[in-house]
Design a protein around this ligand. Sequence first.
Ligand code: NAD
Ligand code: ZN
Length: 386
Amino acid sequence: MATSNPDVPRNTIHLELGARSYDIHIGRGLLKEVGVELTRLQCAGKVGVVTDRNLAAYYLKPVTRVLKAAGYQVVPIVLPPGERTKTLRSIGTVMDALVNARFERSSTLLALGGGVIGDITGFAAAIYQRGIPFVQVPTSLVAQVDSSVGGKTGVDHPKGKNLIGAFNQPRAVLIDPATLRTLPDREWIAGLAEVIKYGVIEDEAFFEYLEQHIAPILDLSDVPVTHIVKRSCEIKAQVVSEDEREADRRRILNFGHTIGHALESLGGYRGLIHGEAVAVGMVYEADLARHLGYCDQNVVTRVRALIAAAGLPVRLPPNVPFHALWDAMQQDKKVSAGTVYCVVPERIGSVRIVPLEKAQTRAWYETVRVGDTGSRQRIPRKKQPR
Ligand SMILES: NC(=O)c1ccc[n+]([C@@H]2O[C@H](COP(=O)([O-])OP(=O)(O)OC[C@H]3O[C@@H](n4cnc5c(N)ncnc54)[C@H](O)[C@@H]3O)[C@@H](O)[C@H]2O)c1
Ligand SMILES: [Zn+2]
């Protein structure tokens, strides 16, 4: 039986989904344990390591080394970095590599990367020979706190994000927070938007922790960074275990995303990356909730202040006409039968899902004075050298 290194302290979160249950392990240095973990999971034979060029430069060699040391035959599959890689064409590239290397039903895929790589790998694992096991090794903050947990996998279509995919749970998620040290600053801060989201939707004490520790978090201090990754995974695992297929409760994870996705899809605002758009979305969805009487101003003030303190944007881009925003909100997958649903806070730590009417949303929007909705944006402190 493989044994893990006692020098690598770890937290383990169990995601209960019956036969599809799995563990999420979090520990600094866990990357060195990937081979041992695959052995423990009884993965056999070949391992296809799917990654992107940025990640390959840092981590492909060491990960290949530990996998080989554990007796695996490693097939690296290196894709270009970025959202533009999340296509059926990349799925084709992965399929070609697996066929050429004669992967079998018992072979394993390992996703070494951010959300793009995790989503592609999970979908490829769902369809190669009708399904082979896969393990998530997320390296970006978005992937560590969000995309690697919960089993949503897939790729984009030219007409819309994430339109093609499958629910497919990994065998395990192995998170090494030390990989965040090589993540570009902008990607790291964007991931904090999803972390803040967990506090708003589910846990006021966690939100307070973020308010009090935002400076050491921005400095990438080990203890608070590991804590926020762990607490975020716990909340996501809990919500997913209650509603794996997003029939109802899982939709609370979309707080900030109704307006956030709309901003992302509005052609002129490609400048915002996902977490930044969600940050702006959370500020305005909280303000909309206040306008509709679901929460008081204090909720809006605290949400906006924490987002600003994290160095995230808090203002709508200028000149977004209401009809453009509303149309873009309707493109979102959370629209069912023509109704736009939105997650609104009632207080910090508790949200509900409500339908939005166009007229009341327009009335609120007319009260929003673009450019006058936030405190001055804080410039994030420079992180310590990595
Ligand atoms: N499946 C889900 O439930 C879910 C949830 C949230 C987001 N997503 C998806 O995730 C994607 C966004 O994920 P992302 O923000 O991780 O994007 P990403 O995978 O494109 O990674 C962002 C950038 O950071 C680089 N990078 C990642 N980790 C690094 C590291 N440790 N060191 C250096 N560079 C690193 C990548 O190469 C890339 O250039 C989107 O496609 C989104 O749809 C999926
Ligand atoms: Zn998101």
